[in-house]
Write a protein that binds this ligand. Structure first.
Ligand SMILES: NC(=O)c1ccc[n+]([C@@H]2O[C@H](COP(=O)([O-])OP(=O)(O)OC[C@H]3O[C@@H](n4cnc5c(N)ncnc54)[C@H](OP(=O)(O)O)[C@@H]3O)[C@@H](O)[C@H]2O)c1
Length: 337
């Protein structure tokens, strides 16, 4: 194949926010699939806060990206060559493609997507990993149901926006926490949350008590830090605190800030549980079907924030997550086809 595969590789381990010198731009041939492999032309890349953790040389749920390796990323694309019986040229798929234009991926690690259900970027958002995170974190770990008051931070983002909407579909109240008046307007008016607290205005603890007079039944935490402490201070009896992420700490150069208010768990007979969406992989298909049904019925809304410019724009686009510059699922368009 005469095409060139442009790639972004990790050049150095960042201290704090990643800088341009942490990345290297390379070009090589896309290659040919070996037995059981599929060559995917990447159409969209998923930009995820977890990428920052993958760049650290630290023990985690996956090995760190090695120096000189193509940056790990989820992507959605089209099969252009296949040596796997389940995939044919033209199929649309999602999987770990990396930040590059072509990816050789074992077919067993790919998910075939149905473009009739929703456009491709939605399969990286509500119908993809962030949607699954919201669904299983809220329903399986948070056990949210009828009448529950659910509070979610990062409420205008990919996971948080879906959490609040599912909470309402399941008969609960949804209170978001997001940065700035425009994001809070979006969360209430476009996503249908009952209320949204602008944490940048301060007074989160007071606002939580006002909006949750009987306490928080489920707190879905995407940000950690001070906001987690404020939520711990407003729990209801037998509350469930779902530890999904802690983006406020991902670029910290000081030791990570832990929860100070944890005795609230004892006082309220509450639980705090961390989870990883990948543990639910065998249930993704069932959850995606249910979520696709909600999308079709207009009960669930999907927002994607689509950046353009191809893989060379990955380094600066990633920073938007940590600066709060995205609304909805942040996706980088590589080649829409
Ligand atoms: N456990 C799992 O399996 C799993 C899977 C997927 C994602 N996650 C986690 O879920 C969380 C949300 O991910 P996402 O993909 O949906 O990202 P996202 O919410 O779409 O984007 C990140 C948002 O975080 C907020 N933020 C950034 N810095 C912040 C700070 N210092 N304090 C408070 N908020 C800050 C910003 O919104 P504002 O403008 O509102 O500040 C930003 O838009 C992340 O923590 C991620 O690591 C976990």
């Amino acid at each position: 194949m005469a095409a060139v595969n442009h790639q972004i590789r990790l050049a150095a381990r960042p201290v704090g926010l990643p800088t341009p010198s942490d990345w290297e731009h390379t070009e090589e041939s896309p290659g040919e699939p070996g037995e059981g492999e599929v060559l995917v032309k990447v159409r969209y890349l998923s930009l995820d806060p977890a990428m920052r953790g993958w760049m650290n040389d630290a023990r985690s749920y996956v090995p760190p990206v090695g120096i000189g390796e193509v940056m790990r990323a989820g992507g959605a694309g089209e099969v252009v060559a296949s040596r796997h019986a389940a995939f044919a040229v033209g199929d649309l798929v999602t999987g770990l493609t990396g930040v590059q234009e072509y990816a050789l991926v074992p077919g067993d690690a790919l998910i075939k997507v149905d473009p009739d259900l929703a456009p491709l970027p939605v399969h990286l958002g509500v119908l993809g990993m962030p949607g699954m995170t919201a669904y299983f974190g809220l329903l399986d770990i948070g056990r949210a149901g009828e009448g529950d008051t659910v509070v979610v931070s990062g409420a205008a983002g990919a996971v948080g926006s879906t959490v609040g909407q599912i909470a309402r579909i399941r008969g609960g109240r949804a209170i978001g926490i997001a940065g700035g008046p425009e994001k809070c307007r979006h969360v209430v008016e476009d996503l249908g949350f009952d209320a949204c607290i602008d944490y940048k205005a301060g007074g989160v603890g007071r606002a939580l008590h006002q909006n949750c007079p009987d306490g928080i039944d489920v707190y879905f935490d995407n940000v950690g830090g001070e906001i987690l402490d404020a939520a711990l201070g407003a729990l209801a009896r037998r509350a469930r605190v779902v530890i999904c992420g802690a983006i406020s700490q991902y670029n910290a150069t000081e030791p990570m800030r832990g929860p100070a208010n944890y005795m609230s768990l004892l006082v309220n007979r509450a639980s705090m549980t961390g989870f990883l969406v990948f543990d639910y992989a065998d249930r993704y298909a069932q959850a995606a079907r249910e979520m696709a049904g909600w999308l079709a019925e207009g009960r669930l809304t999907s927002f994607e924030d689509i950046a353009t410019g191809g893989v060379e724009h990955f380094p600066k686009t990633l920073l938007r997550l940590f600066r709060g510059e995205n609304t909805g699922k942040l996706v980088l368009e590589v080649d829409p086809g």
